[in-house]
Design a protein around this ligand. Structure first.
Ligand SMILES: [Zn+2]
Length: 340
């Protein structure tokens, strides 16, 4: 175990020691997910007053989280966020990575305000989400222009916050040309800044896009040890996960708290322990990707403390205290660290 890792938090570089608190490497604090709206009408129409998220609508929302009430796709209240984040802090979380990229309504200073109020350190991201979240002009941007913009953001900060990671770089099931340009820009920005890259693949569609993304980033000079592939939770083929881990990137199980029959949370824990047994324990990341209101405790959701409450104890039983710390503390610190 390394003594400490230097990580660029929103407030500047910090030296963090594994075991000094767990890390949530993929969350959202202030976020607008309306690019994924699948219900009636335009995503950007406003819900009629009187049809908010509430006791009358929450069951329907749980059943169809992205097509019932637009309000469910908005994490827009910093004070509510602070209250919710407190559960992560109280369960031992020290650092939370907010991967709210362009296209997801990022408001870093508001996110940091919420995390601050809850006593949490935050890492802020630069990058852009899937093509559906971009305007036609944004889709057409050449990768060099994107890379220049992102490098500048990484060097100067965004909204008064230092930037500590590139992501989440959104990729659709069939990778769009604009998304390929996002990956090229991520590789160039990584080359200039050394910041790690987090890639979003659509969950439940296999790992083909992950391999393609890895190859593109590697051909742009990115070390696989600085790449994390998000949302791999629903992969049921252990050998496919081992094949991906062998390429040297991080495998992020970050949809804990969400049901996706038939892949239950115990299935995911089995998959993780199998990866550890196969020698890839140093490449596993765990998070919850809270990005909708029904994921919050106040709406009966799992909340930011779900992993600590439900999953960490199971991992400690199966992997021991040190084996668990590797997954929840050292791995994300090593992934995010600067200059290594
Ligand atoms: Zn994502």
């Amino acid at each position: 175990m390394k003594a400490s890792y230097t990580i660029r938090t929103a407030k500047g570089d910090r030296s963090l020691t594994p075991g000094s608190g767990y890390v949530l490497p993929h969350e959202h604090i202030i976020c607008d997910l309306r690019a994924r709206w699948s219900g009636q009408g335009d995503a950007h129409d406003l819900d009629a007053p009187g049809l908010p998220l509430g006791p009358e609508t929450i069951d329907a929302v749980r059943h169809d989280s992205q097509g019932t009430v637009r309000e469910n796709l908005m994490l827009s209240d910093w004070y509510v966020a602070a209250q919710e984040l407190l559960e992560a802090r109280r369960s031992g979380c020290g650092l939370l990575v907010d991967l709210t990229a362009h296209g997801l309504g990022a408001m870093p200073s508001l996110a940091v305000r919420a995390a601050d109020a809850a006593g949490l350190d935050t890492v802020i991201a630069v990058g852009r989400y899937i093509v559906a979240a971009l305007t036609p002009e944004e889709r057409d941007l050449p990768s060099a222009a994107l890379a220049e913009e992102w490098t500048k953001a990484a060097e100067n900060g965004i909204d008064g916050c230092a930037v500590g990671v590139i992501g989440e770089i959104g990729l659709s099931v069939d990778m769009h040309e604009a998304e390929r340009r996002s990956l090229q820009a991520a590789a160039t920005t990584h080359g200039h800044t050394g910041l790690a890259v987090n890639v979003h693949i659509e969950p439940g569609h296999g790992l083909g896009t992950a391999h393609e993304a890895l190859s593109l980033l590697e051909s742009g000079g990115t070390d696989p040890a600085k790449i994390a592939i998000s949302h791999i939770d629903y992969e049921t083929d252990l050998n496919a996960l081992i094949e991906l881990a062998r390429r040297g990137c991080y495998l992020e199980f970050d949809l804990f708290g969400r049901a996706f029959p038939p892949v239950s949370e115990p299935n995911r824990v089995d998959m993780i322990t199998s990866l550890v047994d196969a020698g890839h324990g140093d490449r596993v990341l765990l998070s919850q990707d809270i990005c909708m209101r029904h994921g919050l405790r106040r709406w009966g959701g799992p909340g930011y403390g779900h992993l600590a409450r439900e999953i960490h104890p199971v991992l400690r039983d199966r992997l021991g205290a040190a084996g668990t710390e590797l997954l929840i503390s050292e791995n994300p610190m090593r992934f995010l660290s600067l200059g290594q």
